[in-house]
Design a protein around this ligand. Structure first.
Ligand SMILES: [Fe+2]
Length: 291
Protein backbone atom coordinates (compact mmCIF):
# COMPACT_ATOMS: atom_id res chain seq x y z
CA UNK A 1 0.00 0.00 0.00
CA UNK A 2 1.17 3.54 -0.72
CA UNK A 3 2.69 5.36 2.24
CA UNK A 4 1.54 8.77 1.00
CA UNK A 5 -1.41 10.69 2.43
CA UNK A 6 -3.52 13.27 0.54
CA UNK A 7 -1.54 16.11 2.14
CA UNK A 8 1.75 14.66 0.87
CA UNK A 9 0.73 15.03 -2.78
CA UNK A 10 1.98 18.53 -3.46
CA UNK A 11 3.49 18.21 -6.96
CA UNK A 12 0.36 17.15 -8.81
CA UNK A 13 -3.28 18.26 -8.78
CA UNK A 14 -5.77 15.39 -8.71
CA UNK A 15 -9.43 15.98 -9.65
CA UNK A 16 -11.75 12.96 -9.50
CA UNK A 17 -13.84 12.28 -12.62
CA UNK A 18 -16.68 10.65 -10.68
CA UNK A 19 -17.35 9.52 -7.13
CA UNK A 20 -16.30 5.96 -7.91
CA UNK A 21 -13.54 5.84 -10.51
CA UNK A 22 -11.04 7.94 -12.43
CA UNK A 23 -9.22 11.25 -11.90
CA UNK A 24 -7.57 13.94 -13.99
CA UNK A 25 -4.04 14.91 -13.01
CA UNK A 26 -2.69 18.40 -13.76
CA UNK A 27 0.77 19.83 -13.31
CA UNK A 28 2.71 17.19 -15.24
CA UNK A 29 4.65 17.52 -18.50
CA UNK A 30 5.49 14.12 -19.96
CA UNK A 31 7.96 15.46 -22.55
CA UNK A 32 10.63 15.17 -19.87
CA UNK A 33 11.49 12.74 -17.10
CA UNK A 34 9.68 12.82 -13.76
CA UNK A 35 11.28 12.80 -10.33
CA UNK A 36 10.90 9.73 -8.11
CA UNK A 37 8.71 11.81 -5.82
CA UNK A 38 6.32 12.76 -8.63
CA UNK A 39 6.14 9.14 -9.81
CA UNK A 40 5.32 8.14 -6.23
CA UNK A 41 2.51 10.70 -6.15
CA UNK A 42 1.16 9.43 -9.47
CA UNK A 43 1.30 5.86 -8.12
CA UNK A 44 -0.67 7.02 -5.08
CA UNK A 45 -3.34 8.65 -7.26
CA UNK A 46 -3.38 5.57 -9.50
CA UNK A 47 -3.99 3.28 -6.51
CA UNK A 48 -6.82 5.52 -5.34
CA UNK A 49 -8.57 6.16 -8.67
CA UNK A 50 -7.48 3.25 -10.96
CA UNK A 51 -7.90 5.42 -14.10
CA UNK A 52 -5.79 8.58 -14.41
CA UNK A 53 -6.01 11.14 -17.20
CA UNK A 54 -3.37 13.68 -18.27
CA UNK A 55 -4.48 16.35 -20.74
CA UNK A 56 -2.54 18.27 -23.42
CA UNK A 57 0.52 16.02 -23.54
CA UNK A 58 2.30 16.76 -26.82
CA UNK A 59 4.50 13.68 -26.68
CA UNK A 60 6.20 11.26 -29.06
CA UNK A 61 6.43 7.46 -28.74
CA UNK A 62 9.82 7.79 -27.01
CA UNK A 63 8.21 9.95 -24.31
CA UNK A 64 5.36 7.50 -23.87
CA UNK A 65 7.81 4.61 -23.60
CA UNK A 66 9.84 6.48 -20.95
CA UNK A 67 6.64 7.21 -18.98
CA UNK A 68 5.57 3.55 -19.28
CA UNK A 69 8.90 2.30 -17.94
CA UNK A 70 8.47 4.43 -14.80
CA UNK A 71 5.83 1.92 -13.71
CA UNK A 72 7.51 -1.33 -14.73
CA UNK A 73 8.64 -3.41 -17.69
CA UNK A 74 6.81 -3.33 -21.03
CA UNK A 75 4.06 -5.91 -21.44
CA UNK A 76 4.09 -8.47 -24.26
CA UNK A 77 1.81 -7.54 -27.20
CA UNK A 78 0.38 -10.62 -29.02
CA UNK A 79 -1.93 -10.95 -32.05
CA UNK A 80 -1.73 -7.28 -33.11
CA UNK A 81 0.89 -5.61 -35.29
CA UNK A 82 3.02 -3.08 -33.41
CA UNK A 83 4.57 0.11 -34.81
CA UNK A 84 7.54 -0.66 -37.13
CA UNK A 85 10.02 1.51 -35.21
CA UNK A 86 8.48 0.87 -31.79
CA UNK A 87 7.74 -2.81 -31.08
CA UNK A 88 6.42 -1.84 -27.62
CA UNK A 89 3.74 0.46 -29.09
CA UNK A 90 0.47 -0.47 -30.78
CA UNK A 91 -1.14 2.14 -32.99
CA UNK A 92 -4.87 1.84 -32.30
CA UNK A 93 -6.49 3.26 -35.42
CA UNK A 94 -9.83 3.41 -37.15
CA UNK A 95 -9.82 5.46 -40.34
CA UNK A 96 -12.66 7.72 -41.50
CA UNK A 97 -13.07 5.45 -44.54
CA UNK A 98 -13.89 2.43 -42.31
CA UNK A 99 -17.67 2.70 -42.17
CA UNK A 100 -19.55 0.00 -40.25
CA UNK A 101 -16.28 -1.62 -39.18
CA UNK A 102 -15.82 -3.21 -35.75
CA UNK A 103 -13.39 -1.14 -33.69
CA UNK A 104 -10.48 -2.43 -31.59
CA UNK A 105 -11.45 -2.83 -27.93
CA UNK A 106 -15.16 -2.29 -28.53
CA UNK A 107 -16.43 -4.67 -25.84
CA UNK A 108 -16.00 -4.68 -22.08
CA UNK A 109 -12.66 -6.32 -21.32
CA UNK A 110 -9.39 -6.20 -19.40
CA UNK A 111 -6.36 -6.07 -21.69
CA UNK A 112 -4.71 -9.42 -22.47
CA UNK A 113 -6.28 -11.13 -19.42
CA UNK A 114 -5.57 -14.47 -21.15
CA UNK A 115 -1.83 -14.06 -20.54
CA UNK A 116 -0.15 -15.92 -17.67
CA UNK A 117 0.82 -12.54 -16.24
CA UNK A 118 -1.61 -10.00 -17.77
CA UNK A 119 -0.51 -6.36 -18.01
CA UNK A 120 -0.82 -4.36 -14.84
CA UNK A 121 -1.66 -1.16 -16.68
CA UNK A 122 -2.40 0.19 -20.14
CA UNK A 123 -1.32 3.66 -21.28
CA UNK A 124 -3.14 5.19 -24.24
CA UNK A 125 -2.20 8.51 -25.86
CA UNK A 126 -4.55 10.23 -28.30
CA UNK A 127 -2.98 11.51 -31.53
CA UNK A 128 -6.12 12.12 -33.59
CA UNK A 129 -9.69 12.01 -32.32
CA UNK A 130 -13.15 12.51 -33.85
CA UNK A 131 -15.02 15.77 -33.09
CA UNK A 132 -17.44 13.70 -31.02
CA UNK A 133 -17.68 10.06 -29.98
CA UNK A 134 -14.94 7.50 -29.48
CA UNK A 135 -15.03 7.85 -25.69
CA UNK A 136 -13.71 5.04 -23.51
CA UNK A 137 -15.84 3.66 -20.67
CA UNK A 138 -14.28 2.20 -17.54
CA UNK A 139 -15.84 0.05 -14.79
CA UNK A 140 -14.59 -0.47 -11.23
CA UNK A 141 -14.06 -4.17 -10.42
CA UNK A 142 -13.48 -3.48 -6.70
CA UNK A 143 -17.06 -2.23 -6.56
CA UNK A 144 -18.25 -5.14 -8.68
CA UNK A 145 -16.83 -7.52 -6.06
CA UNK A 146 -17.81 -5.52 -2.98
CA UNK A 147 -21.47 -5.28 -4.02
CA UNK A 148 -21.98 -9.01 -4.54
CA UNK A 149 -23.77 -10.99 -1.84
CA UNK A 150 -21.61 -12.65 0.80
CA UNK A 151 -22.58 -16.06 -0.59
CA UNK A 152 -21.54 -15.17 -4.13
CA UNK A 153 -18.27 -13.63 -2.89
CA UNK A 154 -17.49 -16.75 -0.86
CA UNK A 155 -18.19 -18.99 -3.84
CA UNK A 156 -16.07 -16.89 -6.23
CA UNK A 157 -13.20 -16.61 -3.74
CA UNK A 158 -12.63 -20.34 -4.26
CA UNK A 159 -13.03 -20.44 -8.04
CA UNK A 160 -10.74 -20.05 -11.00
CA UNK A 161 -11.71 -18.89 -14.47
CA UNK A 162 -10.27 -20.00 -17.80
CA UNK A 163 -9.21 -17.04 -19.95
CA UNK A 164 -8.51 -17.34 -23.67
CA UNK A 165 -7.90 -15.06 -26.65
CA UNK A 166 -9.86 -17.50 -28.80
CA UNK A 167 -12.96 -15.39 -29.48
CA UNK A 168 -11.31 -12.30 -31.00
CA UNK A 169 -7.98 -13.80 -32.12
CA UNK A 170 -8.74 -17.48 -32.74
CA UNK A 171 -9.43 -19.04 -36.10
CA UNK A 172 -13.16 -19.51 -35.45
CA UNK A 173 -13.56 -15.88 -34.26
CA UNK A 174 -16.95 -16.55 -32.63
CA UNK A 175 -17.36 -13.19 -30.98
CA UNK A 176 -17.23 -11.06 -34.09
CA UNK A 177 -18.25 -13.57 -36.76
CA UNK A 178 -17.35 -12.30 -40.20
CA UNK A 179 -17.81 -8.64 -39.29
CA UNK A 180 -15.10 -6.39 -40.63
CA UNK A 181 -12.67 -5.20 -38.00
CA UNK A 182 -10.38 -2.23 -37.82
CA UNK A 183 -6.66 -2.77 -36.99
CA UNK A 184 -4.36 -5.51 -38.18
CA UNK A 185 -5.46 -8.49 -36.10
CA UNK A 186 -3.56 -11.76 -36.35
CA UNK A 187 -5.94 -14.72 -36.05
CA UNK A 188 -4.14 -17.90 -35.04
CA UNK A 189 -4.72 -21.30 -33.49
CA UNK A 190 -2.30 -20.32 -30.71
CA UNK A 191 -5.00 -18.00 -29.40
CA UNK A 192 -7.11 -21.04 -28.44
CA UNK A 193 -4.92 -21.74 -25.41
CA UNK A 194 -6.65 -21.29 -22.04
CA UNK A 195 -5.09 -20.01 -18.85
CA UNK A 196 -6.63 -20.23 -15.37
CA UNK A 197 -6.79 -17.15 -13.13
CA UNK A 198 -8.56 -16.69 -9.80
CA UNK A 199 -12.05 -15.21 -10.25
CA UNK A 200 -11.15 -12.68 -7.57
CA UNK A 201 -7.71 -11.10 -7.20
CA UNK A 202 -6.13 -8.95 -4.52
CA UNK A 203 -4.33 -5.81 -5.67
CA UNK A 204 -1.11 -5.44 -3.65
CA UNK A 205 -1.07 -1.62 -3.68
CA UNK A 206 -4.51 -1.37 -2.07
CA UNK A 207 -5.00 -4.72 -0.36
CA UNK A 208 -8.49 -4.81 -1.88
CA UNK A 209 -10.17 -7.64 -3.79
CA UNK A 210 -11.39 -7.11 -7.35
CA UNK A 211 -13.55 -9.30 -9.58
CA UNK A 212 -11.34 -10.56 -12.42
CA UNK A 213 -13.59 -11.68 -15.26
CA UNK A 214 -14.60 -10.07 -18.53
CA UNK A 215 -16.94 -11.04 -21.37
CA UNK A 216 -14.27 -11.22 -24.10
CA UNK A 217 -11.57 -13.44 -22.58
CA UNK A 218 -13.14 -15.21 -19.56
CA UNK A 219 -14.52 -18.32 -21.24
CA UNK A 220 -15.62 -20.62 -18.41
CA UNK A 221 -14.93 -21.65 -14.84
CA UNK A 222 -12.15 -24.17 -14.28
CA UNK A 223 -13.46 -27.77 -14.31
CA UNK A 224 -16.82 -26.61 -15.70
CA UNK A 225 -18.20 -26.49 -19.24
CA UNK A 226 -18.90 -23.24 -21.04
CA UNK A 227 -22.63 -23.98 -20.90
CA UNK A 228 -22.52 -24.60 -17.14
CA UNK A 229 -20.49 -21.44 -16.62
CA UNK A 230 -22.50 -19.16 -18.86
CA UNK A 231 -25.40 -18.25 -16.50
CA UNK A 232 -23.02 -17.17 -13.73
CA UNK A 233 -20.62 -15.39 -16.08
CA UNK A 234 -23.53 -13.61 -17.79
CA UNK A 235 -24.79 -12.42 -14.41
CA UNK A 236 -21.33 -11.27 -13.34
CA UNK A 237 -20.64 -9.50 -16.63
CA UNK A 238 -23.93 -7.61 -16.37
CA UNK A 239 -23.37 -6.81 -12.70
CA UNK A 240 -19.73 -5.72 -13.13
CA UNK A 241 -20.54 -2.99 -15.64
CA UNK A 242 -23.48 -1.37 -13.86
CA UNK A 243 -23.67 2.37 -14.61
CA UNK A 244 -22.88 3.35 -11.04
CA UNK A 245 -19.49 1.58 -11.19
CA UNK A 246 -18.29 3.47 -14.27
CA UNK A 247 -16.61 6.59 -15.53
CA UNK A 248 -16.15 7.81 -19.09
CA UNK A 249 -13.12 9.50 -20.64
CA UNK A 250 -13.66 11.90 -23.51
CA UNK A 251 -10.49 12.14 -25.59
CA UNK A 252 -8.83 15.25 -26.95
CA UNK A 253 -5.63 15.32 -28.99
CA UNK A 254 -2.84 14.94 -26.43
CA UNK A 255 -4.95 13.17 -23.78
CA UNK A 256 -3.04 10.34 -22.11
CA UNK A 257 -4.97 7.86 -19.97
CA UNK A 258 -3.51 5.09 -17.83
CA UNK A 259 -5.72 2.41 -16.28
CA UNK A 260 -5.23 -0.56 -13.98
CA UNK A 261 -6.26 -3.74 -15.82
CA UNK A 262 -6.23 -5.66 -12.55
CA UNK A 263 -9.24 -3.82 -11.14
CA UNK A 264 -10.83 -2.04 -14.14
CA UNK A 265 -12.58 -3.15 -17.31
CA UNK A 266 -12.88 -0.81 -20.28
CA UNK A 267 -14.92 -0.50 -23.46
CA UNK A 268 -14.15 1.70 -26.50
CA UNK A 269 -17.22 3.33 -28.04
CA UNK A 270 -17.59 2.98 -31.81
CA UNK A 271 -19.89 5.94 -32.50
CA UNK A 272 -17.79 8.06 -34.88
CA UNK A 273 -18.16 6.57 -38.36
CA UNK A 274 -16.75 8.95 -40.96
CA UNK A 275 -14.03 10.29 -38.66
CA UNK A 276 -10.54 9.02 -37.92
CA UNK A 277 -9.35 8.06 -34.45
CA UNK A 278 -5.71 7.19 -33.78
CA UNK A 279 -4.01 6.51 -30.45
CA UNK A 280 -0.75 4.97 -29.26
CA UNK A 281 -0.92 2.18 -26.71
CA UNK A 282 1.70 0.71 -24.39
CA UNK A 283 1.29 -1.71 -21.50
CA UNK A 284 3.06 -2.18 -18.18
CA UNK A 285 3.81 -5.82 -17.38
CA UNK A 286 1.98 -7.35 -14.43
CA UNK A 287 2.22 -10.30 -12.07
CA UNK A 288 0.33 -13.58 -12.09
CA UNK A 289 -3.03 -12.80 -10.46
CA UNK A 290 -3.47 -14.14 -6.94
CA UNK A 291 -6.23 -13.91 -4.38
FE1 LIG B 1 -8.41 -2.73 -24.43
Amino acid sequence: MSGLTEQDCSHINVTPLTGVLGAEIDGIDLTSGLSDRVVEEIEHAFAQHSVIVFRNQNIQPEDQKRFTRMFGEFGVEPYVKTMPDHPEVIEVVKDKSEIGVKNFGGNWHSDWSFQEAPPRATILHAKEVPPYGGDTLFANMYMAYDTLSSGMRRMLDGMRVMHSARRPYGIDNKLFGTAKRSMTIINTEEAHAEYAHPAVRTIPQTGRKALFINPVYAIRFEDMTERESRPILDFLNDHATRDEFTCRVRWQPGTLTMWDNRCVQHNAMNDYDGFSRRLHRTTVAGDRPSI
